[in-house]
Design a protein around this ligand. Sequence first.
Ligand SMILES: [Zn+2]
Length: 174
Amino acid sequence: MLLINLSTLKEEFSRFEGQISEEILRERFNSEYFLTNGPGLFFILARKNYDYFEIKGGIDFSIKQLCGRCLIYVEKKMKIPVSAIIKKRTSVSDEEDIGLYYADSDVYNIGELLIEQIVLNLHPFWLPDVEVINGIERCVECKKELCFQGQNKPHPENLVSETIKTKLKSIFGK
Ligand SMILES: [Zn+2]
């Protein structure tokens, strides 16, 4: 649990750090777009400011994301800034917004806040740029040759027969 006791916060920033377990990340992010790749590390600085609490910091973590061009998972190391305001809930109609959270008690679990900061910085559809070197088009992230474009484009019939050959190979082992 990632708990902070808001009643102990002062006007100067206090520093907290910890780990977001891979289990929490897996539950939230594992999908066809993302595969978790270990726990995340975070630090936050928190202080009391008039009638609210100011939170800033950063999350360091790595995730595997599907490259929309090459359809392979690419490891991405991310440094995500954290910036949020926490207010004490005074009414049931208080609505949370991007970067604004309400605490029901002095002890506040910042886990969901941290996850949301990651969500805001991760875009499931990821289509890296293409670079052309010596007439060969490659994905700038994976460096994979985009062989279905340009003059190296295989004839569709060859593609089908290659697929069938591979299938037969997997069935008959030849
Ligand atoms: Zn790629």
